[in-house]
Design a protein around this ligand. Sequence first.
Ligand SMILES: *Cc1c(COP(=O)(O)O)cnc(C)c1O
Length: 285
Amino acid sequence: MNYTNSPIQKITFNNQKYFVKRDDLLNPDFSGNKARKFYYYLINDFPNIKKIVSFGSAQSNAMYSLSVLCKLKGLKFDYYVDHIASYLKENPLGNYKYALENKMNIIENELPTYFDEETLFISEGGALKEASLGIEILANEIKTWAIENKIENLKIFLPSGTGTTALYLQKYLPFEVLTCACVGDEDYLKKQFLVLEKDNHPTIIQREKKYHFGKLYKEFYEIHKELKKQTNIEFDFLYDNLGWICFEKYRNSLNDKNNIFLYIHQGGLIGNISMLERYKFKYDK
Ligand SMILES: *Cc1c(COP(=O)(O)O)cnc(C)c1O
């Protein structure tokens, strides 16, 4: 099974050259940055643990990845949500559908305040210290590639939710790591960084305007289709569209033409199934 060492591919987008780290290709079931963040739990044994508990949204990529992890490790999986939309209950799809097929026990209720010692609690979106193990491996893959290709002036970009992946990449890489806030705003992201590390934070690129996570924007749909057309790569809807808007603008604002740019594709493509339906309904009818 291939849970590490994804390929790096050269692409041209709007007449600019970029490299893309294809973490979406790691493993069909356990891929993207959740595979990196939960790698610690995949490779270690927890003989006293019978169940994993987490919480978040009913369409989350982390939820699906945890359901895969629990299936691989023979653990039970309780997942707490505030609310499951009735259309989703009636027509399960995307992360929700596949997590249920992996025997996720989804609970619409508040998270318990106490867990017994056979339960392992994983915070929302995998924002935890243990995530650093898998992200260090990702950083080492990038370092090896840069050395082999004699690249010194590398800039790395990836969009953030909790910021955990960007933060640990910066910790383990000698190159500048840039990111943008997709879930909260820039202040939220800075606070998230501080929870895990005091300093050496990634550079946050300011967004042109405020976007709300999970909402539909015409410019997101357009850049998604354009990326697909020009690079033949499918990127995720929730993070990558805003990510590419920020990254492209940042790149075009640099006068220095000597840098090499690497974008990290963090997977999340199962979540696209429901997003694509919503986009088609809103903009293609
Ligand atoms: C979870 C996720 C992110 C955000 O990762 P953080 O480490 O929380 O910043 C970005 N892209 C995709 C596709 C994800 O699934």
